[in-house]
Design a protein around this ligand. Structure first.
Ligand SMILES: [Zn+2]
Length: 441
């Protein structure tokens, strides 16, 4: 069931606000007005319009809720499994056999726990790609988070009970109908990859998503040589093959995009394909370092993703912000390759743009009031000489441990580090029990 909106108007007054725009704007002593779940005004206290709304004083820093652009959150059941294996063996030997035993109840329980983890870390929106998408939606609605939930398309050995790819595509359409219009949950279609899902199915998925303005989300060029057979057969790279088969051109978000040539990046720019950059998962699985600055130079929209907790091993986007900046600078041997403001923007306003959403990501009037309070009374924020220091501290010395409170559409879902919508001790017990069962072959 869709949650009703928080209608009570409120005014928040904070020591500082970071807007999440590309310029890295920070306002000191600022006001955020919220009504019916959306931001109605934001700016310095001195300029604030008169208001009768109850005022809440927030001593810390208000940040936009972070946006996790690529995730398989229910993999919280398989956190850190298969340590040290390369991606192909990790998928076929460890993940797919366990996932073949999953039930909808397992996925619901795991998503509930993952939502609590993300909300506590200040992540208010996640892009989810996982089996039993209806169970993912139910758990997201329960937790009060926001999500873009993909109906997955993948046929792996041991997954026969999930149906053929044709049946999965039909289910994706039914799922979109059943979710309908929901201010918190958007649905899309998530075929796994071009080397695992046939091109004719990809084309039909692309047509459906274009027709209904849905997001099409797919893994591309995560590891070197993963699609060698397909590329040999067509004499072209995966991005080129996707373009030539009419699969691009809608709202398309490609995850990873590590092994991309300049020509491949040009294909993305030409067809306005956006990217979910997952530096930590790529580093842990030794997949490679994605050409982030090459993407941004071409105007490609990029967000940051944690990927699943089986390969990360947490849902902490603050770590991705820092690693994205570090890897971009290392790759270019240039400390200006990616600024702190740019890195933070990828997790906020830039991430929203990558999803094609103009209603989240930034703190500005008209957008949803998804935000968190960061505790700045901590060594990570000492000293602060200017607003710019607050932003660089956010990127370089702070992290998820400094998130105190989180709001989604103006409703508080985390208070003083505790998730209000999910009973986390109970959710942990539940996932522990289910993980033990799934681990038994
Ligand atoms: Zn993934």
């Amino acid at each position: 069931m869709t949650r009703p909106l928080e209608v009570t108007a409120r005014r928040y007054r904070a020591g500082a606000v970071v807007l999440g725009d590309r310029a890295g704007t920070v306002l000191r002593d600022a006001v955020l007005d919220v009504a019916e779940g959306r931001i109605t005004w934001i700016g310095p206290v001195a300029d604030a319009p008169p208001s009768n709304a109850p005022e809440t004083r927030l001593p810390g820093l208000i940040s936009p809720g972070l946006l996790n652009a690529h995730c398989h959150s229910p993999m919280t059941l398989f956190r850190g499994i298969g340590e040290g294996l390369p991606l192909n063996r990790w998928l076929s030997e460890v993940m797919w056999p366990r996932e073949g035993r999953l039930t909808a109840d397992d996925v619901r329980a795991a998503m509930r726990l993952a939502s609590a983890e993300m909300l506590r870390h200040g992540i208010t929106t996640s892009v989810e790609m996982y089996m039993y998408a209806d169970a993912v939606v139910e758990a997201v609605r329960e937790s009060g988070a926001r999500a873009v939930v993909m109906s997955p398309l993948l046929a792996a050995p041991g997954w026969e009970h999930l149906g053929t790819l044709d049946e999965q595509l039909e289910r994706a359409v039914r799922h979109a109908d059943s979710v309908g219009k929901d201010p918190y949950v958007e649905v899309g279609i998530g075929p796994h990859a071009a080397y695992t899902v046939p091109l004719d199915i990809l084309r039909r998925a692309a047509e459906l998503t274009r027709e209904h303005r849905m997001l099409l989300h797919i893994h591309v060029a995560e590891t070197q040589g993963e699609a060698a057979e397909l590329e040999d057969e067509h004499g072209a790279s995966v991005p080129r093959i996707l373009a030539d088969h009419g699969i691009l051109g809608g709202r398309m978000l490609a995850a990873h995009c590590v092994w991309m040539s300049d020509a491949d990046l040009d294909v993305w720019a030409e067809h306005d394909v956006s990217v979910a950059h997952c530096p930590q998962s790529n580093a842990k699985l030794a997949a490679g370092i994605a050409p982030l600055t090459g993407m941004l130079e071409r105007g490609i929209r990029v967000g940051l993703g944690t990927d699943g907790p089986a390969s990360n091993n947490n849902l902490d986007l603050w770590e991705e912000i820092r690693l994205a900046a570090q890897l971009a600078r290392l790759r270019a041997l240039d400390p200006n390759a990616l600024s702190a403001a740019d890195a933070f923007w990828l997790a906020t306003g830039g991430g929203a743009a990558a999803l094609g959403r103009d209603d989240i990501g930034l703190l500005e009037p008209g957008r949803w009031a998804d935000f968190c309070q960061i505790d700045t009374d901590d060594v990570a924020f000492i000293p602060v000489e200017s607003g710019a220091d607050l932003l660089t501290h956010l990127v370089w010395s702070a992290g998820s441990q400094h998130v105190r409170d989180t709001w989604v559409a103006g409703r508080q879902v985390v208070a003083d580090g505790v998730c209000l919508t999910v009973d986390e001790p109970e959710a942990r017990t539940e996932v522990r029990k289910r993980a033990a069962r799934l681990g038994q072959a």
